[in-house]
Design a protein. Structure first.
Length: 402
């Protein structure tokens, strides 16, 4: 359902910084690189405090894979798509992004114009808004805001089509840094140097790097996955009788990509502008006690996810936007040791969702890579007389996910 294909690496063209700033001090703060297609550009900013961040100008029909970890903000321009999530301009919101070597790299793409109400002629005007100025003052030295605004406006004028402006800053995490100090995981956030932008020295300061590709690098979504995601996100949740369409049970063999599908669907729902809940969230019933998404091993949990998930499961524990409503310690990593006790724990945790007030959020159920008989037993536990059932998405046998 999700495929990963490598493509030949391409070299990018470095451009000299030709900023019109009057002092050499300002010139040394900006390092500009144009990607080979000339449809994307990166401006690396080095503050007086020696803190490094960058701005990405992303044109249409451009795909950028990111390696490493970062915090990004959509400043202005059309929406972008990252792992199912459609992120629109909001200078006051930021997102954590993790793209380690243990998983397929995340890719950033500008949404098709028909999905965006953005008008290109407002690009330069958008940079002058008070909201963006406040955001820039928090992201860089206040004395540099005017220089950055002028430079961004100048570079945006080079693009013929719609252009999106994103800001990326280093992600500081003592937990992940300590994890990388372990010999086995020292290359977990390794940054490739061949064909990537910016250069190796700047990438080391940033903690991330970018690679332009033709759209075949990263997660490839099968048509049936797109159909189920559209169906799940388009059904209203305000009617209690719609229980059977607002729940999705994801089943399949081990390694099929169930966890990847869960994050993909969660991101789609959370960034759906027509999602009717006032406080957007998705409920996740995590039944995989061997490889759970949000807790240590051996625990069944019900979580409310409030923001898109841009990273593998071991990064979700760091998030403050995942609220664990109820959890139960099973005491093993496989239900085969005591299936009856496992199902009792499952029912106990699931009751927390049943007791939520209306309208309830969408429910995604992350299952284990069981045999079909055990999956049916768990499905029966979730579709008993106390509920109106749930949709099921079954990966075919022999499916290899990422």
């Amino acid at each position: 359902m999700f495929a990963f294909k490598k493509i030949p690496r391409q070299k990018s063209q470095d451009l000299h910084d030709e900023t019109d700033a009057t002092s050499n001090r300002n010139k040394q703060k900006l390092f500009v690189t144009m990607f080979e297609s000339k449809r994307a550009q990166i401006i690396v900013y080095l503050s007086s405090r020696r803190l490094c961040s960058c701005f990405i100008l992303l044109g249409c029909d451009t795909h950028l894979a990111i390696f490493g970890k970062a915090i990004f903000t959509h400043l202005c321009g059309p929406m972008i798509t990252i792992w199912g999530g459609n992120i629109g301009p909001n200078p006051s919101s930021s997102y954590d992004l993790y793209s380690p070597t243990s998983h397929t790299p995340l890719s950033i793409t500008q949404c098709p114009h028909e999905k965006s109400e953005y008008v290109n002629k407002n690009a330069a005007q958008g940079l002058q808004s008070s909201e963006i100025k406040v955001a820039l003052e928090s992201l860089c030295d206040p004395s540099d805001v005017q220089v950055l605004t002028e430079r961004l406006g100048k570079e945006m004028s080079v693009f013929r089509d719609h252009v999106t402006v994103l800001h990326f800053s280093p992600h500081r995490s003592r937990v992940l840094n300590s994890l990388s100090e372990i010999k086995r995981f020292r290359f977990l956030f390794h940054l490739p140097s061949e064909g990537t932008v910016p250069n190796a020295s700047l990438a080391k300061l940033l903690g991330f790097t970018f690679l332009e590709h033709d759209g075949s690098l990263g997660y490839q979504v099968a048509p049936e996955v797109s159909r189920i995601s559209l169906r799940l996100s388009s059904v209203p949740v305000v009617n209690p009788c719609d229980d059977y369409v607002r729940k999705l049970l994801i089943c399949g063999p081990k390694g099929a990509g169930k966890s990847s599908l869960l994050r993909f669907l969660s991101n789609i729902i959370l960034t759906d502008v027509e999602y009717p809940l006032k406080e957007k969230c998705v409920a996740v019933l995590d039944c995989d006690i061997g490889q759970p998404e949000f807790t240590p091993n051996g625990i069944i949990s019900l979580c409310l996810v409030k923001v898109p998930l841009f990273g593998p499961p071991y990064t979700h524990i760091l998030s403050t936007n995942v609220n664990i409503l109820r959890q139960c310690f099973v005491g093993c990593i496989t239900p085969s040791d005591d299936p009856s006790f496992y199902l009792k724990c499952l029912n106990f945790v699931y009751d927390a969702y049943v007791n939520l007030p209306e309208p309830k959020p969408r429910l995604l159920v992350n299952t284990m890579g069981w045999m079909q008989e055990n999956e049916l037993r768990m499905s029966d536990a979730l579709t008993g007389s106390q509920t109106n059932g749930a949709h099921g998405f079954q990966y075919p046998a022999g499916t290899n996910g990422v």
